[in-house]
Design a protein around this ligand. Sequence first.
Ligand code: ADP
Length: 607
Amino acid sequence: MKKVGFFKSIHFKFVLIYVLLILIAMQIIGVYFVRQLEEQLVTNFSDSINERVDLIAYNIGQEMLIERDESMPKLAEEVNSILNDFFSEELTTVKVIDSNSRVIATSDLENQQLVGKRITDIPVKQALVAGSRAADKIMLDNQIGRMLVLTVPIKNNDNVLGVIDLQSSMEEVYDQMKQINQIFVTGTVIALAITAVLGIFLAQTITRPMSDMRKQALEMAKGNFSRKVKVYGHDEIGQLALTFNNLTKKLQEAHATTEGEKRKLSSVLTHMTDGVIATDRKGRIILVNDPACEMLNVPRETVLSESILEVLGIEDEYALEDLLNETDSLILDFSTSTKPYIIKVSFSAIQKDTGLINGLIAVLYDITEQEKIEQERREFVANVSHELRTPLTTMRSYLEALAEGAWKDEELAPKFLDVTQTETERMIRLVNDLLQLSKLDSTDYKFFKEYVNFPHYFNRIIDRFELTKHETIIFERHLPEKKLFVEIDEDKITQVLDNIISNALKYSPEGGKIQFRLADKEGKLEISVSDQGVGIPKENLTNIFDRFYRVDKARTRKLGGTGLGLAIAKEMVVAHGGDIWAKSEDGIGTTIYFTLPLEKELEDDWE
Ligand code: ADP
């Protein structure tokens, strides 16, 4: 934040206002006080002069009334002596004028030539004629400066005997005023200086808590709530500081709650298996969790603030409004040629209480597996229906032929019946296999395991096939002499071996060799059955363990297979903790391998 400029600061404003206030107050007081003082001083001065003038007017009047003879001093001398007694100061000039307007005496030693001269001043004349005193007058003289002018008649009862004309310098009074003014100005300057300092202090009492609060607010913005504003007093600012501290506490609590909620939300989002994307009003991504990034195979940093339409790759088909109104989920197929990958996306709008749409939430589910299962289920139903329909249609046509009279044909009838019997058996086999598989699918399927010496057990099974096999097919056993123990459900593994060996027999050509092997491979017993049959193309090697999968459909059906034999074998081997796979060379032969965990300890005991 920018610092407050000096001229905009409260400090400056406070000091300015204070100083101006004091200045105005001093000015008003000054004007009033000085005027009053001046008036008072002038009145005092003129009163004292008037009193003295009245006194000498009386004295001179008395002297004038005396009848003078030779022996007595002259009137002028007497008057001079009276004047000297009263006005010795040089600042006052007094003229005594007789009733004929002639100057009898003057206190002004430098102007003694005035004595005997007539005075024609109007105030003097007025005083002589009317016997009234002229009002006090203040005049400005170039040399003396301001002076008080008095014209006082000398009276005896109502007779005017003469006039006293007085001029007294008032500079002393005005000097006094000047001094007082100076004191006043100095006082004002001192008062202003003190006010300015006080103003600064006062401003500080306000600005210090305020700048404290400002600092705290800045810290709070950074997420630091530990600071506290110092409370300097219990005035309004102190209360503001207290309220501010209270606010900080509340804000800290709110912040902690929000943070907690945020953490909870983010932990929920990260630990969710579904992907979540949230956008703003314009569809720009503001939040995305890790599963969503993984599903879309995009780094989090690059998708933030990108358009959701582009990230999902649906910008050509959809606009943001479509997604807001989309009630069904979208299915996005990101499958590659090698890997299926299907994502379901559900959208919901984030709405404010006012109904205004604030954003969009998209939840992503990986439904590849679900789709695969669904696909398999559909295929399975189709396969089962197909597998059942084929023998049934065959049987129907043969039965129809029989019903239409073929039963009478001694040659055809047994053949036809034979076919229907074979087909029925095939259906029974199929249903049995399906039942077997559905049993294996159910979770509570139980195995009855026992310890079995595998070479011995394997020999017995091969013996059984040896009795029924075509005489041209050769069996070759590569079985070890020693005992190899495995814990198996004999019935189930018998079925596995039956399926594998019967396949080998089925696909072996006349005179073909079938080899049986056992090998101890890192704690596992590896069982293999090799034939010299048609073989399986490389690309189909893994598929042969899928339900209903057949390499050559027509031929296998002819051979009576259901396409479920190896699928059942795989389920059973896996349930025993083993593995099953095939190796084959087209036209040369096939080997089916499977493993079972070996029980080493038992073996050692028997040794
Ligand atoms: P089926 O009952 O049809 O034999 P299986 O599940 O046992 O079904 O076998 C699946 C498919 O694997 C067969 O249809 C066949 O095409 C192929 N197959 C299995 N074993 C062999 C083998 N030994 N030689 C050649 N092809 C085989």
